[in-house]
Ligand binder design. Sequence first.
Ligand SMILES: C[S@@+](CC[C@H](N)C(=O)[O-])C[C@H]1O[C@@H](n2cnc3c(N)ncnc32)[C@H](O)[C@@H]1O
Length: 281
Amino acid sequence: MATNIKSSIQAWIQDKIGIGENRDRLQLLSKRLDSLAVLQQMTLPVHLPLSEQLQDDALRLVGLTRDDVCLAIHRSDPMFRYPLQHHGGQLEVTLAEYVAAGHGAANVVASMASGAERLLDFGCGYGRVSRFLRQALPDVAIHGLDPKASAMAFQQDTLGLMPHSDGLTYDLLFAGSVFTHLRPLDFKAALKDVVALLSPGGKALITLHPFIGKGYQVFDSTEESALPELEDNLNESDYVSAYCSRDFLDAALMDSCPTASVEVLDGKLFGGSQVYIAIKL
Ligand SMILES: C[S@@+](CC[C@H](N)C(=O)[O-])C[C@H]1O[C@@H](n2cnc3c(N)ncnc32)[C@H](O)[C@@H]1O
């Protein structure tokens, strides 16, 4: 009798948490949602149809207007689509956060830009930050580089960003939420790339999750894995959520440029959670 009750309770719990008969149903549901999302993505216009009112409201929060900044959002911009999912479809909150993150970062970059003539947004994505860099630094040539072809096309065609071309070096480089997504070997390689892209005396501003105690930790879940329907979706084997220690950063930098200095900027966070690290050659 007791065994019967125990196995009934066990079956009930397994069913509730999806490891009993519900397991297959949850997998089916998840696959169905993914397939519907792929089909829906095919019908979206390249620029999401966000009303002028919505754009004006979001820009007003940072003292800007649509004359100052283009707020076209690409349909595959994970920096917009993932928070939108997190906020259960609340466009107003999501757009306000998007603008606050981009505008805030551009101001931090601008505070380091004295004398800079050419700036690179390294891993620029679909322009959450670069559109505000163009507004904050009208006299600086703003270039972008990203492995996503759709992001580069959108940045050039809609936001007026110049692509990086071989041989160009920069007085200032910004990498927002790029190093937070790389496996350790890719982190080291990308840091070498950053150092090589700087002109003599140049500066880089990268963002990281707050340092962990030691080593390097990666997790598979990212905004890309949550939105497999997006164009140029990045694979979990290359693109992760990464947390590094200060020792790891120092050692990686020692490999790339032993004479570079590192400063953690106090009191400022990118997107509310990432720290800014200034690297000077
Ligand atoms: C989280 S998104 C951030 C995009 C943009 N910086 C922003 O803040 O909106 C990370 C971006 O880094 C790009 N990326 C990934 N690996 C990269 C690498 N090794 N070098 C440069 N960019 C990379 C991705 O394609 C993606 O657009």
